[in-house]
Design a protein around this ligand. Structure first.
Ligand code: SAH
Length: 277
C-alpha cells in the first residue's frame, strides 16, 4: 500500500516536473499578430471590439462578466507554477467576453468559471479555460486567417476563435453535440462559425487549405488529411498520445518548403479522438 502510494507520488512529481521542463524548454514564440490598439482606460475590455470585424458581444456576455474577469486575471493572465501566462490581448479579451456558462449543460453552469474542465454529456468535456486560451494563442492567427477546429464539443472554443478571425470552421463527430453546439453558437450571434457533423480525422476538404488547425481531442498520430489541408506557413495545435497516457500538446508547423517542425508545449489530458465506424 505504502509502496503504491510512494510510486503514485513519484509519478505525480515526475508529471509536474515534466510539465515544468516542457515549459522551460519549449520554444513558444511570441504571437505573430501585430500589437493591438491600446484600449482607452475608461472602456471596459469586454465591450470594446479589438478589430473592426470582431463580432459584437453575444447576448449573454452581460451575465457573469465579473466572474469572467476574475477567471482571466487569476487563471489565465497570471504566472503560476507550471503555467505560462497568456499574453495575447485579443485572446484575453475573447476569454472575458464569451459566456462560457451558456455552453455547458445547466447542471454545471454554476461551475462555469472554475479552473477545470467540465462535462458536456456523451462522455465528453469542455477544456479548462486556461487550456482554451493557451491553444488559441498558440494558433497565432492573423486577422483574416482561416481556422479549422476538430472536436466542436460545446462550441465554446469555436466561439473564442470567432473573436480572433471571422473564418472559423468546426467539425464534431457526435451528432447531438454538433446539434447543440450549432444551436448555442447561433443563439449567441456566432452564426458566422461554420459547423459540420462528421469525422474530423478527414478535416474539411471543401474549405481547405487552412492557415491553422486546432484539434481538441487526443490523437495517436497527426492525421495525414489535416497535414495536407494546412497551408505552407500554417500551424496545427494538437494533443498527441493515447487515452490512458499523458499526452503532449504539440505545435506542428508547415515550413514554406513543405517540411515539418514540431514543438512540445506541455503535458495535457484530452478525451480521445474517435473514428466513424
Ligand atoms: N472544443 C470543445 C471540447 C471538445 S471535447 C469545446 O470547446 O467544448 C472533444 C470533442 O471532440 C468531443 O466533442 C468529441 O466528440 C469530439 N471528437 C472526437 N473525435 C472526433 C473526430 N474524429 N472528429 C470530430 N470530433 C471528434
Amino acid at each position: 500500500m505504502r509502496v503504491g502510494k510512494a510510486i503514485a507520488a513519484g509519478i505525480l512529481v515526475l508529471m509536474v516536473t515534466g510539465a515544468v521542463i516542457a515549459f522551460g524548454l519549449g520554444s513558444i514564440d511570441a504571437p505573430a499578430r501585430a500589437p493591438e490598439p491600446q484600449l482607452q482606460p475608461e472602456t471596459p475590455p469586454d465591450t470594446q471590439p479589438s478589430t473592426e470585424w470582431e463580432p459584437p458581444a453575444p447576448p449573454a456576455a452581460t451575465e457573469r462578466a465579473d466572474e469572467r474577469a476574475r477567471m482571466v486575471e487569476q487563471q489565465i493572465a497570471r504566472q503560476r507554477l507550471g503555467r505560462q501566462p497568456i499574453k495575447d490581448r485579443v485572446v484575453l479579451n475573447a476569454m472575458r467576453t464569451v459566456p462560457r456558462h451558456v455552453f455547458v449543460p445547466k447542471a454545471d453552469r454554476r461551475l462555469a468559471y472554475q479552473d477545470s474542465p467540465l462535462r458536456i454529456g456523451y462522455g465528453q468535456t469542455i477544456s479548462q479555460p486556461y487550456i482554451v486560451a493557451m491553444m488559441s494563442e498558440l494558433l497565432e492567427l492573423k486577422e483574416d486567417a482561416k481556422v479549422l477546429e476538430i472536436g466542436t464539443g460545446s462550441g465554446y472554443q469555436a466561439a473564442v476563435l470567432a473573436h480572433l478571425t471571422p473564418n472559423v470552421y468546426t467539425v464534431e463527430i457526435i451528432d447531438p453535440l454538433f446539434e447543440r453546439a450549432a444551436g448555442v453558437l447561433g443563439s449567441q450571434d456566432y452564426g458566422a462559425v461554420r459547423t459540420r457533423h462528421g469525422d474530423g480525422y478527414f478535416g474539411w476538404a471543401e474549405h481547405a487549405p487552412f492557415d491553422a488547425i486546432i484539434v481538441t481531442c487526443a490523437a495517436g498520430h497527426l492525421p495525414p488529411p489535416l497535414w495536407d489541408q494546412l497551408k505552407p506557413g500554417g500551424r496545427i495545435v494538437i494533443p498527441i498520445g493515447g487515452p490512458y497516457e499523458v499526452q503532449r500538446l504539440i505545435v506542428v508547423t508547415k515550413q514554406l518548403d513543405g517540411s515539418r517542425r514540431s514543438t512540445t508545449v506541455m503535458s495535457v489530458r484530452f478525451v480521445p479522438m474517435t473514428r466513424e465506424e
